[in-house]
Design a binder for this molecule. Structure first.
Ligand SMILES: *[C@@H]1O[C@H](CO)[C@@H](O)[C@H](O)[C@H]1NC(C)=O
Ligand SMILES: *[C@@H]1O[C@H](CO)[C@@H](O)[C@H](O)[C@H]1NC(C)=O
Ligand SMILES: *[C@@H]1O[C@H](CO)[C@@H](O)[C@H](O)[C@H]1NC(C)=O
Ligand SMILES: *[C@@H]1O[C@H](CO)[C@@H](O)[C@H](O)[C@H]1NC(C)=O
Ligand SMILES: *[C@@H]1O[C@H](CO)[C@@H](O)[C@H](O)[C@H]1NC(C)=O
Ligand SMILES: *[C@@H]1O[C@H](CO)[C@@H](O)[C@H](O)[C@H]1NC(C)=O
Ligand SMILES: *[C@@H]1O[C@H](CO)[C@@H](O)[C@H](O)[C@H]1NC(C)=O
Ligand SMILES: *[C@@H]1O[C@H](CO)[C@@H](O)[C@H](O)[C@H]1NC(C)=O
Length: 674
């Protein structure tokens, strides 16, 4: 059995995983051009097709700048060999050298981080000043180099009108992390860490690259400090990416508190960097006096979307109002995280995990042809991973539960797939702004002749008009009054006499084309939920909303709704009552045992305080926000027992206790071992 499983696992490994290419040396950098990919290892430059087929290699020495210049059909390389050099290669044939110049140092002298990209018609390079002398007070950190022979001063000149086109800093210790060129309007952004005796800071520099003259680009410098985050200071930028956006410039950075022991050492935060205004102290155009001022703004996060012990890389794509983030970690994982238009994160999913836990290099790139693959580098290996894995979901319900806007149910192929793998009118997917919405929502009205109407709505969206029907049953009985059942994708409704509310749960089956989805609903008499206790409470409000009723904040009562409409989520509808908690919060003191095998464990003993109100136990994996729940038995006010379900993997999970108001208290860890 074991061997059989192993066989299947091996098979899966070879079928699902993307393309892989191993190199004989460590990968130092890689870049993606319009039609090729270039990988730099210690002694070699590799030219590859987008599918990782290697076309050519070139022996090189100590290259530290690698920039594709697609508009010119060239690849710019510079290095430290002898007194430094730059070479321009044919982008489709790197063995063809178009231009070579020696005695020229463009990139960093030592093995340091630097940033280089094409800014307008120039090569913009950000790096630490390697030539600084002890008596220097200003350091040259950003320079603009010509890329064409026809520019004043010729190719690889940094001369501008009068002086060098450089940005200076009065801080010696700078580390450039990344940068990018915005196309319209044409602007260059650079992101760096600075370190002085008493402070570490993250800065953004912005320049207007529409300007004709190099000196005017340099003089257009604006800068700001970037802060992360309110829970904890994380003063070091590790990796970052710009998120394609119609309005503004949304940027995501991975910030580190530099404490590997801390499970929330690194945070991924989003910022609007479109209005970087003013200048921070210590950064200025060549010879400007004084160097910078304190007028530069401080940017605070729009949203902090993910925390993890060790993120090392980030990349992003947009699909409509959705943002899809790809996160690399120092322990070799590639994680995908969806954000809705309010930057609310969905469930993180692991797209790839390396066996030997090599760190993912900070820069990741997409296949520019269709953005369906992402390239990641791990030490000696380059991988091309698919950004979607819809095929692993085999039902409409699972496909929707994945909360991935790139995956939808294709009704005519009966598969979970991307939109372009499905005919235009057959794709059923997650609607906008619905990461926090359950698949099923329902509301109830009562009219004067004591008829209840139940309106059911599925959180699904379709490009077509799929066949849709609903069946409401209690036991073997039909619920609805014969004729009035109506259904139009994705809603249906059913009316029945209020006498039906006396009995328990109601089973609803919904059929979308060939897919049947079933759910148990618990219906209650809305008017009776608050009837016997005049004081409004959070728990009552939660019960009211969960029963498809309306919470009236003016009368503090639960009522029938007035008709179909979106079911509010509990968090929003009841938040004004949170301060009026009507119970003592439960606390978890210990769990016995707190280490279990991955088969799970029966009869785990939980000790704590105020456990009377606990309704169930919730068990949440580290990266798996779809939690498991376990019922409670043998309860007293300071102990209770429950079963820990089996887990597919080793690792730690968090345990918390759920109260009737749907809140979960406590945060105790259980470790699954072998
Ligand atoms: C690539 O460039 C080299 C050197 O110029 C040349 O010998 C070779 O024919 C070129 N290959 C192709 C496919 O153009
Ligand atoms: C690319 O740049 C090189 C070096 O300046 C120049 O000789 C060549 O004409 C340029 N090619 C194009 C297509 O602009
Ligand atoms: C950038 O420079 C161009 C050309 O001088 C100018 O028209 C434009 O307004 C500038 N953009 C900003 C944001 O200052
Ligand atoms: C969003 O993803 C779907 C499915 O892959 C694709 O067909 C569509 O073109 C994408 N839309 C955008 C705006 O990228
Ligand atoms: C109450 O609702 C039922 C079912 O929709 C309907 O048949 C009935 O006419 C309604 N009665 C009144 C008074 O609106
Ligand atoms: C629902 O509750 C109200 C208020 O307690 C009561 O008057 C009504 O009879 C109840 N209806 C049913 C069907 O139980
Ligand atoms: C209702 O609230 C009042 C004042 O807050 C309190 O004195 C009373 O005991 C509460 N009644 C119930 C039934 O909780
Ligand atoms: C379905 O119901 C939702 C909420 O009840 C409503 O917003 C939406 O317009 C309805 N859609 C259709 C096609 O009736």
């Amino acid at each position: 059995m074991r061997r059989y499983l192993l066989g299947i696992l091996l098979l899966l490994k070879y079928c699902i995983c993307g393309d892989v290419q191993d190199f004989d040396g460590d990968i130092k950098d890689f870049v993606v051009g319009n039609s090729k990919l270039f990988v730099l290892t210690d002694h070699r430059l590799h030219q590859m097709r987008h599918d990782l087929y290697e076309e050519k290699t070139k022996d090189i020495t100590r290259v530290n700048i690698l920039v594709p210049f697609d508009a010119n059909g060239t690849l710019i390389t510079c290095g430290t060999f002898e007194d430094g050099y730059c070479e321009v290669l044919d982008i489709n044939n790197i063995t063809d050298s178009i231009y070579y110049e020696s005695n020229l140092l463009v990139g960093p002298k030592q093995d340091e981080k630097s940033v280089a990209f094409i800014s307008g018609r120039y090569l913009l390079v950000g790096k630490k000043d390697d030539d600084a002398k002890p008596q220097d007070t200003r350091y040259s950190v950003v320079s603009l180099w010509n890329t064409l022979q026809s520019q004043p001063g010729g190719i690889f000149s940094k001369l501008a009108e009068g002086s060098d086109a450089i940005i200076q800093s009065t801080v010696r210790d700078v580390e450039f992390v990344d940068g990018f060129q915005r196309v319209s309007p044409s602007e260059s952004y650079l992101f760096l860490n600075t370190k002085t005796d008493n402070e570490r800071k993250v800065l953004v520099l912005r320049m207007n690259s529409t300007k004709e003259k190099k000196i005017d680009i340099i003089k257009s410098l604006q800068s700001a400090t970037i802060r992360c985050c309110s829970d904890k200071v994380r003063p070091v930028l590790v990796a970052c990416t710009v998120i394609p956006s119609v309005n503004g410039v949304i940027w995501a950075g991975v910030f580190s508190a530099q404490n590997q022991q801390d499970p929330e050492n690194s945070a991924l935060a989003l910022y609007d960097i479109s209005n970087v205004q003013g200048r921070v102290k210590s950064f200025c155009a060549n010879d400007e006096k004084p160097c910078g001022s304190e007028s530069g703004s401080e940017l605070q996060p729009l949203s902090v979307v993910f925390k993890y012990s060790s993120m090392s890389a980030v990349a992003a794509v947009r699909n409509g109002s959705w943002i899809v983030l790809f996160i690399g970690t120092s322990d070799g994982q590639l994680i995908k995280l969806i954000l809705d238009d309010k930057f609310t994160p969905g469930c993180p999913t692991v797209l790839y995990k390396s066996d030997d836990e090599q760190a993912v290099l900070p820069r990741m790139h997409f296949d520019p042809v269709d953005y369906k693959h992402i390239y990641i580098a791990l030490k000696k290996q380059l991988r091309r991973e698919s950004v979607v894995s819809c095929a692993k979901y085999s039902t409409l319900k699972d496909c929707r539960a994945a909360q991935d806007p790139l995956c939808g149910w294709c009704v005519n192929t009966h598969r979970c797939s991307t939109q372009d793998e499905c005919s235009d009118t057959s794709w059923v997917s997650i609607p906008k702004n619905s990461l926090e919405t359950q698949l099923f929502s329902f509301q109830m009205t009562e009219n004067s002749s004591r008829k209840i109407t139940l309106y059911l709505s599925l959180s699904l969206e379709s490009t077509g008009n799929p066949a849709f029907s609903c069946a409401f049953t209690r036991g073997t009985m039909k619920l609805c009054d014969g004729s009035d059942l109506s259904a139009a994708f994705p809603n249906c409704s059913c009316s029945f006499s209020d006498q039906m509310l006396y009995t328990g749960g109601l089973k609803v089956s919904v059929t979308v084309e060939d897919q049947k989805i079933t759910e148990m609903l618990t219906l209650r008499n809305c008017s009776s939920i608050t009837e016997n206790s005049p004081n409004a409470s959070y728990t009552q409000c939660v019960q009211c909303i969960s029963a498809g009723c309306h919470w009236s904040s003016s009368s503090q009562r639960c009522e029938w709704t007035h008709g179909p409409g979106p079911q509010l989520n509990i968090k929003d509808a009841c938040k004004h009552l949170l301060s009026e908690m009507d119970y003592s919060k439960p606390e978890i003191l210990s769990l016995e045992p707190n280490k279990v095998s991955f088969h799970g464990k029966k009869n785990v003993l939980l000790r704590g305080r105020n456990l009377e109100t606990v309704t169930k136990i919730r068990i949440q994996g580290d990266l798996n926000c779809i939690s498991k729940e376990s019922p409670v038995f043998d309860r007293s006010s300071d102990t209770l027992r429950f079963h820990i379900p089996p887990s597919g993997t080793k690792g730690t999970v968090k345990v918390c206790v759920v109260t009737p108001d749907a809140r979960c208290h406590g945060n105790t860890i259980i470790t699954y071992g072998s």
